[in-house]
Design a binder for this molecule. Structure first.
Ligand code: DGL
Length: 215
């Protein structure tokens, strides 16, 4: 079966790789929109204009399900996309609820794009699951471009991880798929003082459930 994977750039490649590994019998169709990257500073209106035709094109091409491997798109416009795209869309969003259950210090850090942090969906998640939990949001506004261009600035990453640790966060949520490429570096810097989590495996589990229903 054709499984679509979409992101603005290399975040999609990382998720597509994990899906292909978990589901080798399926064909992965990866679409990116590098011409318009970064998405993380765009408005929901701008994102809708860019992403809607791509999703509709993927469905027309025969993708039976599409993984929206972009937290920015998921948290900003997935509901609108769902009303106009004829196949199931699986989103990826910051793991706020799991983080709220894992934390022992009562403080979590979310690394995400400015548009994700401003989104209604993300702020709803925080209001429901983090009523009594402090949420640190270090400035990662340049990170997706940094990862896309493969010029990873260790100092910038150290600064944000340190900000999280200094605030007593014991869970770091990777809320942008581009950051999956620097997950090992973030873990190394966090040095077991904070657990680093991202939604790749939960999304693959959900994808398996959807595929079972479709076949
Ligand atoms: N990878 C995308 C995400 O998960 C955003 C990258 C970008 O800024 O284009 O949010």
């Amino acid at each position: 079966m054709k499984i679509g994977v979409f992101d603005s750039g290399v975040g999609g490649l990382s998720v597509a790789g994990a899906i292909q590994k978990a589901l080798p019998e399926h064909e992965i169709v990866l679409r990116e929109d590098k011409a318009n990257l970064p998405y993380g500073t765009k408005s929901p209106e701008q994102l809708l204009v860019l992403v809607m035709p791509i999703m509709q094109g993927m469905a027309a091409e025969g993708c039976k399900v599409i993984v929206v491997a972009c937290n920015t798109v998921t948290t900003s416009i997935i509901e609108e996309l769902r009303t106009h795209v004829a196949v199931p869309l699986l989103g990826m969003e910051p793991m706020v609820q799991p983080a709220s259950m894992l934390t022992k210090t009562g403080t979590i850090a979310v690394f995400a794009t400015p548009t994700t942090l401003r989104s209604t969906r993300y702020n709803w998640l925080k209001s429901i699951y983090c009523e009594n939990i402090a949420v640190i949001e270090p400035d990662c506004s340049t990170w997706s471009k940094m990862v896309e261009d493969a010029v990873v600035d260790r100092k910038q990453i150290e600064k944000n991880v340190q900000e999280a640790l200094d605030s007593n966060a014991d869970v770091i949520v990777l809320g942008c798929t581009h950051y999956h490429w620097i997950e090992d570096l973030i873990k190394e810097i966090a040095n077991n003082k904070a657990e680093v989590i991202q939604p790749e495996q939960p999304v693959i589990a959900e994808l398996k459930r959807v595929l079972a229903q479709l076949s």
